[in-house]
Design a protein. Structure first.
Length: 166
């Protein structure tokens, strides 16, 4: 496993990062510098980080998700062009509606966590509300069969979002 070091903000200690962390940090920096959408070549990223294209796919699939505020599109051929589009919202109501729609399919604990963090990042909820949501939405529902956990979690998130919309 390839590791790099990155300093923490306000802290002189260094934290080791995986290659996936390094790819994510690089892409986030590029997204911040891009005006609207980032267009990048999967092949060029693979060469830059000396990794397989599947590693790039892993980072895109797990760290640039709608729950984290991104839409990713890719085009096959020609080096595998990737478009990373930060989701932009026209106010709190649009954020809540979008999340409500995403929650309808059900949510894994990680998806629920990412949606909660997006709400926190958008200033829609505060730290205390985020901790409460994480406690409820991250729980394992003992009385429910395993395949219904995601559906139940999605419904709970929708209930929270409806309360925030009212």
């Amino acid at each position: 496993m390839v590791k790099v070091s990155q300093g923490q903000t306000g802290d002189e200690t260094r934290m080791p990062l995986t290659i996936a962390d390094a790819i994510e940090a690089h892409l986030l920096e590029l997204v911040r510098d891009a005006e609207k959408a980032l267009e990048v070549s999967r092949r060029e990223l693979s060469e830059r980080f000396r990794c397989a294209p599947s590693q790039i796919n892993y980072v895109l699939e797990t760290r640039f998700t709608p729950e984290r505020g991104f839409i990713v599109r890719s085009r096959r051929g020609g080096g595998g062009c990737i478009f990373i589009i930060p989701m932009s919202f026209d106010g709190t109501a649009e954020v809540l509606r979008t999340m409500h729609q995403q929650s309808a399919r059900g949510l894994t604990p990680i998806q629920a966590l990412h949606l909660t963090r997006l709400l926190l990042g958008q200033g829609i909820i505060d730290d205390r509300e985020a901790r409460l949501m994480e406690a409820v939405l991250g729980a394992t529902y003992v009385s429910a069969p395993n395949d219904t956990h995601c559906v139940l979690r999605g419904r709970l998130m929708q209930s929270v979002l409806r309360a925030l919309m009212s």
